[in-house]
Design a protein around this ligand. Structure first.
Ligand SMILES: Nc1ncnc2c1ncn2[C@@H]1O[C@H](COP(=O)(O)OP(=O)(O)OP(=O)(O)O)[C@@H](O)[C@H]1O
Length: 374
């Protein structure tokens, strides 16, 4: 996958930017708050239909402007496309080759990106939400069937929660909950099954990458649905078994859910178990080991998405390389960069490996302007 050009209009601190991006490696350098992350955010917006950090799309519109536009001239195995996202106070519209695309999900068929930010370094020690996000971010982009299941599940979860809230406050009777439970079970089971399948592909990829980035212990990833105990040796099981587990757990907690007014079980509580030599990395991994694990997981993510798409997605590295020691930097550069077009941000060129500085094209980012460096 390749971005040939990026165009921003009234996006964050950019008035207008038209940036050709021929070549594989681009390094964006500049002080804090100059607009480096904003560039990657714009690319991520086109890849996923949303920002990795804005709570509301409106935040991405330049202050004082009624609307914003991001446009990518991008090429994938499908062909070369003009992809555009327009943001206004009324909402978001996406266009492919000038034609309005009604379903946001359809945009994802054209372009993909994997993002790596310093927050990802907390993947191992952080809460399960970060690990679910790690899984979902790639699956939603690369697997249309997962996207479908994920979106439907969250729609049902929201509506079921609304109903439970009304039941708890006495505004509604429990009649009607059964119907929601049926769709909850169907979509929850689909989400669990697809995530479990993805993790079984991801785990050997991560183990291999871990060896390449100089991890000495054996890395294993295992998907753990909410109804399974931590460290339990059980397999996730067949689709029927998953459904049966979700059904049984719903039945168990139903009286409590009706009292509390929200869903207490479901894949919104699942976790990804990360182990080194069989022991939970969350509890035992050292700082350095955690970083190596995260690098391996990101490389595995890149490989997984490439496996699904048949080509590598674009790689976006937001100020993350300077967070790594030279040995890990070099190992990561070796296994990840060079396979695909990569956009890197950093405050200082000196924070980047010399090889990258030599082979990449550098730009200076200053107050929403980007200029190539000599
Ligand atoms: N909607 C907006 N309109 C105008 N400017 C904005 C908007 N949202 C954010 N900004 C400005 O964009 C700048 C932040 O840009 P960005 O996050 O890209 O910084 P950065 O160059 O990555 O910096 P750092 O190295 O600190 O992460 C800030 O100065 C912020 O005030």
């Amino acid at each position: 996958m390749q971005i040939h050009a990026l165009e921003l209009t009234s996006f964050r601190n950019y008035g207008h930017l038209s940036l050709p991006l021929a070549g594989k490696l681009h390094l964006f350098l500049g002080g804090n708050g100059q607009g480096k992350t904003n560039l990657l955010e714009a690319v991520y917006l086109v890849a996923t239909g949303r920002s990795m950090r804005a709570g509301r799309d409106e935040e991405m519109i330049a202050w004082g402007s009624p609307e914003a536009r991001v446009r990518l001239d991008a090429e994938s195995l499908r062909g070369r496309y003009d992809l555009r996202v327009d943001l206004s106070r009324r909402g978001k519209r996406v266009y492919v080759n000038g034609s309005w695309v009604r379903r946001l999900g359809d945009l994802l068929e054209y372009f993909s990106a994997v993002l790596f930010v310093p927050d990802d370094l907390g993947l191992v020690k952080g809460g399960p939400e970060a690990r679910r996000r790690f899984l979902d971010a790639q699956l939603v982009q690369a697997l249309p069937a997962y996207r479908e299941a994920f979106t439907s599940f969250h729609r049902v979860l929201k509506q079921r929660n609304r109903l439970l809230e009304q039941i708890a406050s006495g505004a509604r009777s429990p009649a009607g909950l059964d119907e929601w439970d049926d769709s909850f079970v169907e979509h929850a089971a689909a989400v669990i099954q697809r995530r479990a399948e993805a993790v079984s592909t991801l785990s050997p990829l991560a183990a291999e990458a871990h060896g390449k980035v100089a991890g000495r212990k054996a890395l294993t990833l295992r998907y753990r649905p909410y109804y399974m105990d931590e460290g339990a040796p059980d397999e996730v099981g067949s689709p029927e078994e998953i459904r049966a587990q979700v059904e049984a757990s719903l039945e168990r907690v139903r009286p409590m859910e009706m009292r509390r007014g929200s869903s207490l079980v479901g894949p919104q509580r699942d976790d990804l178990e990360i182990a080194l030599d069989g022991r939970p990395a969350r509890l035992y991994a050292s700082q350095g080991e955690q970083r190596t694990v995260v690098l391996a997981c990101k490389v595995a993510e890149l490989e997984l998405v490439a496996g699904y798409l048949g080509e590598y997605p674009v790689l976006l590295l937001d100020d993350v390389l300077s967070e790594l020691d030279p040995a890990r930097q070099a190992a990561f550069v070796d296994v990840a960069i060079g396979r695909t077009q990569t956009l890197v941000t950093s405050t200082e060129a000196s924070g980047l490996p010399v090889d990258l500085r030599r082979s990449g094209r550098s730009y200076r980012v200053r107050e929403g302007q980007v200029s190539p460096e000599a």
